[in-house]
Write a protein that binds this ligand. Sequence first.
Ligand code: BDR
Ligand code: CA
Length: 329
Amino acid sequence: MAQKIIIDTDPGIDDAMAILAALHSPDLEVLGLTAVFGNAVVDTCAQNALRLVELEGNDHIPVAKGCAKPLVLPLDSVGTLVHGRDGFGNTNLPEPCGKLDPRHAAQFIIDTVLAHPHEVTLMPLGPLTNIALACILEPRIIPLVKEVVLMGGSAFALGNVSPVAEANIFHDPHAAEVVFAAPWKVTMIGLDVTMKIVMTPEYLSRLYAAGTPAVRFLEHIQPCYQDFHHAIHGMGGAIHTHDPAVTAYLLAPELFYCERMPVYVETAGHCFGKTIADKYHKIFPSLNLNQGIGGEAGEVLVERPSTTIALRADEAGVLNLLFDLLTKA
Ligand code: BDR
Ligand code: CA
């Protein structure tokens, strides 16, 4: 039976690739897309999510708009430098035809999880604000979610938006703290693996040669993302594989080597947005920093659960899997 998923997303060029790959898989049943601010403002991300479901006739899949700013802090910036002002590489696409689901994304997540207890995997590809808000509004969903498999953070790699922080966590570290502290199964696909899975210009050319609507769309929006990777990392047209790595993990977890560790998130100071993976499982409990949702500072409510963290990947295997999915007619 296909895995039921909700994709929480800030599309976003690599979000588009992850979503189109997921929509092409018979082993994934996309119950909805929920949009969050991140790579662009939330209105733009929601319109882009509609464009993605409409691209290949998947407009029966609901799209719900969610949070426009982080849980606690004001909105500081969005990722337009990386993904363009419109989130899709400054391509100024026509307006989508469809309408948004009337519910807030957090309510959509709550309703869908309650309707399918223990069956729904949440797939966050942006800041974790909608997911954290759903947990806060309706904590009953926490044990009813099958798994959360997110793109974000890094255990031992450096950051991509600051020297130490990954962009999705940086955009809302308080929300990330809620997600990593909650007693549910979380898998973190972060920069430890995603910056090592590299789509070269040759790979992208082979992909585009398939000529399907999905790859033609990606070819249209991708140059801005390639330019960013070249400007910052000198990658000569190659790109990192962030969000699509989550699609690959859901379909073939055996391509990833993971370890389980509690994760904490810095919410202030020079390390703002950094995920700290406690490899030795003992540093933070002894400092009495284990807080659950709603806990007072310093109060130990629950033992911080361990997150499954992807540390290495069969990079060629992931790229081959994504190639096969994306080039499906
Ligand atoms: C993450 O940040 C965004 O720019 C991408 O869409 C991805 O989700 C990578 O750090
Ligand atoms: Ca994203």
